[in-house]
Ligand binder design. Structure first.
Ligand SMILES: *[C@@H]1O[C@H](CO)[C@@H](O)[C@H](O)[C@H]1NC(C)=O
Ligand SMILES: *[C@@H]1O[C@H](CO)[C@@H](O)[C@H](O)[C@H]1NC(C)=O
Length: 403
């Protein structure tokens, strides 16, 4: 019942969006995109990629960390792969506004101010993101929120050169997110600078069903932590809303924990594969100034990133579930299909993806590319593809039917 209502809603949105001309939004050729949401800021044609301070540093941030992270995104080559946003999370501001009511950077940790940081980050060809809250105080309670100050804060962010706003949901007045979040949307649209708007409302009121003209992404879950259970349950909760993601508006199961040490390498491969195929924002959450070779190998996998950034912009669904074995699939541009064979269980399984389940005609011959082995498999496959998958591991492929 709920599914079919959501289906209707997305159908109506497609009709509505088809008649709107967005050519003045700049930045991206929206005429080449078949599907899009209704927030006319021209941003988020593919899921955002970058870094955020929270998962690794929590409140222990300063301008030196932000600058060095921007440097590290360049020196590691991650920026070239698309990781462009450098996002400051909670705890960057003084607890009190200035005498004009404006937010001010915390003088002990951000003495040069946010404008200087934005200039620095922009000089590297990167973008700067910041954080506020649709309440009186942010979640840490160490800085003010923007409730009641939306226009002033949006103008401040634009004047500093901010490119991305993560907007949290703590310490609010008890009114609904559907009331509080659109106020900031309108303030940002009037602020004179395109700012990616990331709704962090934790999925409370299913923002996938109302975020289409409010934000460029919306959290579908509570905060992630660096464990297998947390990661896998967030990917499940996020999958339910797959039909409602589209270029310009993405479901967000929270930021990456890869590199923070709480999961095995195979579990982190599952994390990255599911986030990529789910068209989730790819926001690195570790210390990129001190990144290990293993972590780089995962988050710098160009073939997996290309699935996330595919311009068709369709989020994967679970197309088959049998006990601990799952098959996730999403169509890609050029009639290709991305597939994840996922083993959630404690022992190794053989998992088979059948063409019937993933939108490939049964008699089609398929070339399969293994995105983690970086190998094109031989021979071609007809009807299905079977792989042996270890416990808490996955295989990820692009399947391309050939005549
Ligand atoms: C760098 O990472 C290693 C683990 O990969 C860790 O042992 C070390 O403490 C880190 N250094 C800093 C400065 O965080
Ligand atoms: C996979 O397809 C082959 C034919 O190409 C067929 O013989 C086999 O039974 C199929 N396996 C499964 C598990 O469906």
């Amino acid at each position: 019942m709920e599914r079919s209502m959501l289906g209707w809603l997305s159908f109506l949105l497609l009709i509505a969006s088809a008649s709107v001309d967005f050519t003045d939004a700049g930045f991206y050729d929206w005429k080449s995109v078949e599907r899009r949401n209704l927030l006319a800021n021209g941003l988020g044609s593919t899921p955002p990629m970058g870094w955020n301070s929270w998962n690794h540093f929590n409140c222990m941030i300063d301008e030196k960390i932000i600058r060095e992270t921007a440097d590290a995104l360049i020196s590691t080559g991650l920026a070239k792969l698309g990781y462009e946003y450098v996002n400051i999370d909670d705890c960057w501001a003084e607890i009190s506004r200035d005498d004009k009511g404006s937010l001010v950077a915390k003088s002990s940790t951000f003495p040069s101010g946010i404008k200087a940081l934005a200039d620095y980050v922009h000089s590297k060809g990167l973008k700067l993101g910041i954080y506020s809250d649709a309440g009186y105080y942010t979640c840490s309670k160490k800085m003010p929120g923007s409730l009641g100050h939306e226009e002033q804060d949006a103008k401040t962010f634009a004047s500093w050169g901010i490119d991305y706003l993560k907007y949290d949901n703590c310490n609010n007045d008890g009114s609904k997110p559907t009331v509080r979040y659109p106020v900031m949307t309108r303030a940002l649209m009037k602020a004179g600078r395109p700012i990616f708007f990331s709704l962090c409302e934790w999925g409370d009121m299913h923002p996938a069903t109302w975020g289409f003209n409010v934000g460029n992404s919306w959290r579908t879950t509570n905060d992630i932590s660096d464990t297998w259970e947390s990661m896998i349950s967030r990917s499940d909760q996020n999958e339910v809303f797959a039909d409602l993601a589209r270029p310009g508006g993405w479901n967000d199961p929270d930021m990456l924990e890869i590199g923070n040490g709480g999961m095995t390498k195979n579990e982190y491969i599952v994390h990255f594969s599911l986030w990529a195929i789910s068209k989730a924002p790819l926001l690195i959450g570790c210390d990129v100034r001190n990144i290990s070779k293993d972590t780089m190998e995962l988050i710098a996998n160009k073939e997996v990133i290309a699935v996330n950034q595919d311009k068709l912009g369709v989020q994967a669904k679970k197309v088959r579930m049998e006990g601990d074995q799952e098959i996730w699939a999403a169509p890609l541009s050029k009639y290709r299909v991305a597939v994840v064979l996922l083993n959630r269980g404690p022992v190794r399984y053989s998992i088979t993806a059948e063409w019937d389940d993933i939108g490939i005609p049964p008699s089609s011959s398929v070339v399969a590319r293994d995105l983690w082995e970086h190998k094109t498999l031989k021979p071609r496959f007809v009807g299905n593809l079977t792989a042996t998958v270890d416990s808490h591991s996955c295989k990820m492929y692009i399947l391309e039917p050939v005549s």
